[in-house]
Design a protein around this ligand. Structure first.
Ligand code: TXA
Ligand code: MG
Length: 333
């Protein structure tokens, strides 16, 4: 199958909406990362998503909508706090997990009786969903296990030949996936840190249960290897001597004949003399925006060791930390 990249013109968005409506797969931009979309009501199309990504079938998909009213068509109940959450943060980089109605096929939810729902902020995404006329289920549009795609080129690299269409809407602004909040088990619970800091959400809906360093995966997707480039990634724990630890790790790698690169925030980036450094930006928002693209660039340019500056787990830092520690497979320095 030839994979066509369509520029996101009005006419092409229409064409892609037709593909989805008729059961085909389309990768499309959102403000977080690119998604691989299918008509959520056609089980065969949903199965095609799992096949294209090589995704384990017990890892449920998020259903994307273009109109908040659709929530009531796919969720059995919407508790008051979930309503408040939707009012404040949708459209936006968030996902709500709610009890599902039977209209949502089991393949979408990996057999769970809950469904994850997201209304993206990105206009192209919403126009596409709205024109397709159906709820669109979509995981991130990467090969399972690889960093999520933040531009059309990343999607093409992973899925060329496996899907008919990619809608190119440029770079994703946020760069990490949505924040997932579960409303099905008592108090709201954070399942995945993401594009909207949990502190911001708490200001509106009150306390959200946050489990850190859980040995058990909070949502099915979290138990799998994730965000891993081919290169070996190390995360430098924030705190004393971080510059020295990063420089030492770089020197050790190079002394072993490995091509290494440091990813550091702007304030540290000039601390490494003539070692190779990529600037992640001045805050955790920029770090989030750049991280996946850097991990992919490391593979592209044949680096075998990537040493990343770790960050504190607060605000967007929590999302960056979570991606770093997973990309590193837990390896810290
Ligand atoms: O920003 C995003 O969320 C992107 C864009 C494309 O919207 N999508 C995304 O999808 O990141 P995916 O499939 O890569 O990650 C969805 C996560 C997985 O960890 C999955 O296990 C979890 O959400 N999830 C989906 N449905 C769930 C449910 N019913 N209960 C608990 N977790 C669920
Ligand atoms: Mg994903």
């Amino acid at each position: 199958m030839d994979t066509v990249i369509y520029k996101a013109t009005e006419e092409n968005i229409k064409k892609c909406a037709e593909i989805i409506k008729n059961g085909g797969l389309v990768a499309f931009p959102t403000e977080t990362v690119y998604g691989l979309g299918a008509n959520a009501l056609i089980s065969k199309s949903v199965k095609d998503i799992y096949a294209a990504k090589g995704r384990p079938s017990d890892n449920p998909l998020i259903v994307h909508i273009a109109d908040k009213r659709t929530v009531f068509e796919i969720a059995k109940t919407v508790p008051p706090l979930a309503l408040k959450f939707m009012e404040a943060f949708m459209p936006g980089p968030v996902t709500a997990v709610l009890p599902k109605k039977s209209i949502v096929p089991d393949v979408v939810t990996g057999g769970l009786d809950t469904v994850a729902i997201r209304m993206p902020q990105n206009e192209i995404a919403r126009t596409l969903i709205s024109l397709s006329g159906v709820p669109v289920c979509a995981p991130s549009a990467n090969t399972s296990g690889k960093p999520s795609p933040t531009c059309a080129k990343h999607v093409y690299f992973d899925l060329n030949g496996k899907i008919p269409a990619i809608l190119d809407g440029g770079d994703c602004t946020v760069g990490v996936e949505s924040t997932v909040i579960d409303f099905t088990a008592g108090a709201p619970r954070l399942l995945r840190a993401g594009g909207m800091p949990v502190e911001t959400i708490e200001k509106v809906i009150g306390p959200v249960t946050v489990v850190r360093n859980s040995k058990v995966a909070l949502c099915p997707g979290m138990k799998y290897k994730h965000y891993s480039p081919d290169a070996d990634v190390f995360m430098a724990v924030p705190g004393k001597d971080i510059k020295q630890r990063m420089a030492d790790a770089f020197d050790k790698a190079e002394s072993e004949g490995k091509k290494a690169v440091i990813i550091a925030m702007s304030e540290l980036k000039d601390s490494f003399e003539n070692r190779k450094v990529w600037d992640a930006g001045k805050d955790c928002e920029s770090y989030a925006h750049n991280l996946f693209a850097f991990l992919r660039k490391a593979d592209d340019e044949k680096y075998s060791v990537v040493i990343c500056q770790g960050v504190e787990e607060k605000g967007m830092g929590a999302s960056v930390y979570n991606r770093l520690i997973k990309a590193a497979g837990g390896k810290t320095i």
